[in-house]
Design a protein around this ligand. Structure first.
Ligand code: 5GP
Ligand code: MN
Length: 341
């Protein structure tokens, strides 16, 4: 990461009193971890800080330090809107386009005339931010947040809580230091965070060993529904609303399911299709190995995006029709799928 933006970032922080930090809708470990860490850091610099999430985060993040300070927009619009109106500076973390906060919160943000700063690792950032710290080569926004604090020469402000939040973000977005975006620097940063008080095994346990019985039964159903297209190197899972309801589906319950498809030896592309009757869509997650680009696939065919090896999207067709569409697209990708690794 270069420091071309750091002076500007420094000046903006210095000249702002009230600061808002916002993550994306359906926040994951990296969104919650990076926003909370950045918010706590700015508080240590004596700013008034509000951390806002568009909607609730999954239960497996219930241990995150200081989470009682997070404003959930969908639950407390009044206070969230107050904080946004009062803000001198707005940080948007872990997303690349304002639409990722949801329609209503996006409207509130569209009215803001104060500067925005983006800190993010998704491809193709939009241009709303005065300072845009966008690095798709990074495995997580949390790692970028660490780099920002480091370049601002403030690593002494990283306490146990900030370190734990950053460790969470890095750990979840690198698949526990497994994905190809994990570098020597990632490990060095993780080591520094452990030195600052993050207890790695505890964070792993609190985050990943937090299954409910019904979630494991849902995983069982997902595995029953796993389809494998051997000649293409593609695996996919589908879950209907009826199946989700049967196993008492809660937000975050299907997190990681898609990776089981990807764990089949010669699979280059895996997907999960989840029916959402309330929103009248099918929500899709894509994962890939090697050079197969699911960001492009999601962008071109499923109104989505993300990264080369992890992306998401949606479809307004029925669950069956969405899967048919997906399967019918695959022959065009056969060469790329076979050349992925
Ligand atoms: P997940 O499959 O875990 O929900 O998301 C994987 C990656 O794709 C994340 O980086 C996420 O931000 C991105 N992503 C997921 N769904 C969408 C979507 O509908 N639109 C866009 N642009 N990105 C998405
Ligand atoms: Mn992320």
């Amino acid at each position: 990461m270069q420091n071309e933006n750091i002076q500007k970032l420094h000046n903006l922080i210095q000249s702002s009193k009230n600061i808002v930090v916002i993550g994306h809708k359906n926040p994951d470990g990296d969104a919650v971890g990076s926003c909370m860490a950045w918010g706590l850091f700015l508080k240590h610099l004596k700013h008034n800080v509000s951390v806002i999430m568009p909607n609730p985060y999954p239960e497996f993040l219930n241990w995150v330090p200081n989470q009682d300070q997070i404003l959930i927009y969908s639950d407390d619009k009044e206070n969230a809107q107050k904080a946004i109106k009062k803000a001198d500076l707005i940080f948007t973390l872990d997303f690349n386009h304002l639409s990722r906060v949801g329609e209503e919160l996006q409207k509130a943000l569209d009215e803001v005339e104060k500067p925005f700063v983006m800190i993010d690792h998704h491809e193709q950032p939009d241009d709303y931010a005065e300072v845009c710290i966008s690095h798709p080569e990074y495995g997580s926004t949390a790692e970028l947040v660490f780099e920002c604090i480091d370049l601002l020469n403030f690593t002494e402000k990283i306490d146990k809580d900030i370190a734990s939040c950053l460790y969470l973000g890095i750990m979840t977005d690198t698949g526990s230091f497994k994905f190809s975006s994990t570098t020597a620097r990632t490990h060095q940063i993780a080591a520094k965070l452990i030195d600052k008080g993050a207890v790695a095994h505890q964070i792993q346990q609190q985050t990943f060993d937090a299954n409910s019985y019904s979630r494991l039964k849902l995983l069982g159903q997902a595995m029953q529904n796993l389809e494998y297209l051997e000649d293409l190197g593609v695996a996919y899972i589908h879950l209907s609303q009826k199946e989700l309801d049967k196993y008492n589906f809660k937000k975050g319950d299907t997190e990681g399911f898609v990776n089981y498809g990807l764990s089949i030896k010669n699979v280059a592309l895996a997907a999960i299709f989840k029916e959402d009757v309330q929103q009248n869509i099918v929500k899709i997650s894509f994962r890939s190995k090697g050079n197969f680009d699911v960001n492009q696939l999601a962008r071109h065919h499923f109104e989505g995006g993300g990264h080369k090896n992890a992306a998401g999207g949606k479809s307004e067709l029925s669950l069956d029709a969405t899967i048919k569409k997906f399967v019918s697209l695959l022959p065009d990708y056969k060469t790329q799928l076979h050349a992925a690794f």
